[in-house]
Design a protein around this ligand. Structure first.
Ligand code: ATP
Length: 365
C-alpha cells in the first residue's frame, strides 16, 4: 500500500452557520488520481480550497507529506491549484506565465528555461511559448494553466472543475490527456467535479460527497456496481428500483422475490428471510424480448425461462451505439432498459406498444 501524501482529519467548516463540511476525514495516497464527486453545494470546492490553503477550517487538521499545514500559506504548501477559470496573466506570454513562480522563487534563467520548456512539452504546447493567452483557444489556455501548475513539480495538484468551461469534445480529449499526464508525472491529483463520467474516466478512487460528508470512497467500478446506497446508485448513472422480498441466501448472494420471479442479488448488508428490499438494476442489466418472438422460439423461451416481468414499450431513444427503451411493467412501474444493437438480429428496434418480457440473464436463478 502506498503511503499517504495528504491526510485530512476531522475537518469542520461552516459559512454563517450553514455547514459546508462535517467531520470530514480522508487520506489521499501518494501518486493516485482521486476525485471529489457530488452535487452542487456538497462542499467539494471548500475542501479543495482548505487543502490548498485558500480557506481556513473551523476545526480539524490537514497534513501534507507528514507536515501540518495549519497556518502555512498556499505558496509554501507542496500543492498547486488549477482553477476552472484559467487565471493566466493576460499581459504575459505563455512562457512568462509559466515562468512566473520560478522567477519569484529565484531560479536561474537556464533553470527556468529548461523547466518551462519541459512543462510545455508535457502539455504539447512547445510552439506557443511566445504567444499571448488571448491568442490561444480555451483548451490551450487550460493546458498553459496546467503547465504553470506542474512546472515546479508539486507533490499534489488540486484541480477545481478544470475542464468545465470546455466544449464536450475537447473536454473528453483533455480528460485523457490529464490522466496520461498524471501517470507520466506520478504526481497526486485531487480533482473536483460534479460530472460522474469525468470522475470515472480519470480516477483511481472516487470520493462521493453529500452535504459536506463522505458517502462512499471506492474505485469507479465498485461505486457503479456496488453503490453504498440509493443516493449513490441514482447519482452515478441511471438506475431502476424494483421492490423485492428476501427469500433465501447463499454464500455470497441473496435470493429475492421480485414480482413472483426469483432473482439472485448481491449486497454487503445483512438481511433476514422475509425482509423487504429494493433491488437495483442498471438499464444495461436487463434483456427484453417481444412476447410473440418468445412464444415462437424455444431457444429464446429457454433463455427467458424464469425472466418474466411483463410490460409494454412506452418509447425508444436512439443513442448511437445503444438505444434506450422505456417500459411500463404490468403493475404500472416504469423501467429504463439499454439495448445493444445486435447485428444478427433482424428486429433492431422495439416499437411503442410492443408487449415484451423483461429479464436479465445473469442473476436469474
Ligand atoms: P459547486 O459544484 O457548485 O462548486 P461544491 O460542492 O464545490 O459546489 P462548495 O462551493 O464547497 O460546494 O460550497 C459548499 C457550501 O458552502 C454551499 O452551501 C455554499 O453556498 C457554501 N459556501 C462556499 N463558499 C462560501 C463562501 N465564501 N461564503 C459563504 N458560503 C459559502
Amino acid at each position: 500500500m502506498k503511503k499517504n501524501v495528504v491526510t485530512i482529519s476531522g475537518i469542520n467548516k461552516s459559512f454563517d452557520g450553514d455547514i459546508a463540511l462535517k467531520d470530514f476525514t480522508l487520506s489521499v495516497r501518494d501518486g493516485e488520481f482521486l476525485t471529489l464527486l457530488g452535487p452542487s453545494g456538497c462542499g467539494k470546492t471548500t475542501l479543495l480550497r482548505i487543502v490548498g490553503g485558500f480557506e481556513t477550517c473551523d476545526s480539524g487538521e490537514i497534513h501534507i507529506d507528514g507536515q501540518s499545514a495549519t497556518g502555512v500559506p498556499p505558496e509554501n504548501r507542496a500543492v498547486n491549484t488549477v482553477f476552472q477559470s484559467y487565471a493566466l496573466f493576460p499581459h504575459m506570454t505563455v512562457f512568462d506565465n509559466i515562468a512566473f513562480g520560478l522567477r519569484i522563487a529565484g531560479k536561474t534563467n537556464s533553470e527556468i528555461s529548461k523547466a518551462v520548456l519541459d512543462a510545455l512539452k508535457l502539455v504539447r504546447l512547445e510552439n506557443t511559448r511566445h504567444k499571448m493567452p488571448a491568442e490561444l483557444s480555451g483548451g490551450q489556455q487550460q493546458r498553459v494553466a496546467i503547465a504553470r501548475a506542474i512546472v515546479n513539480k508539486p507533490r499534489v495538484l488540486l484541480l477545481d472543475e478544470p475542464l468545465s468551461a470546455l466544449d464536450y469534445r475537447l473536454r473528453k480529449q483533455m480528460q485523457k490527456e490529464l490522466k496520461e499526464l498524471q501517470q507520466t508525472l506520478g504526481i497526486t491529483f485531487i480533482l473536483v467535479t460534479h460530472d460522474q463520467e469525468e470522475a470515472f474516466t480519470m480516477s483511481d478512487r472516487v470520493v462521493v460527497m453529500d452535504h459536506g460528508q463522505i458517502v462512499q470512497v471506492d474505485s469507479p467500478r465498485a461505486i457503479y456496481e456496488e453503490p453504498a446506497n440509493l443516493y449513490i446508485a441514482s447519482f452515478v448513472g441511471e438506475i431502476n428500483v424494483l421492490d423485492g422480498i428476501i427469500t433465501g441466501r447463499g454464500e455470497s448472494h441473496y435470493v429475492a422475490d421480485v414480482e413472483n420471479v426469483s432473482v439472485i442479488v448481491k449486497s454487503k448488508r445483512d438481511f433476514a428471510i422475509g425482509d423487504p428490499v429494493h433491488v437495483l438494476l442498471r438499464p444495461e442489466d436487463f434483456r427484453i424480448e417481444v412476447m410473440h418472438d418468445l412464444e415462437e422460439s424455444s431457444t429464446l423461451a429457454k433463455k427467458f425461462a424464469k425472466a418474466l416481468l411483463k410490460g409494454t414499450v412506452e418509447s425508444t431513444y436512439y443513442k448511437g451505439a445503444t438505444y434506450d427503451v422505456d417500459i411500463i411493467l404490468n403493475d404500472g412501474k416504469r423501467i429504463l432498459v439499454t439495448e445493444f444493437f445486435d447485428e444478427d438480429s433482424e428486429s433492431l428496434y422495439f416499437n411503442q406498444g410492443d408487449r415484451v418480457a423483461v429479464g436479465w440473464f445473469e442473476g436469474w436463478e
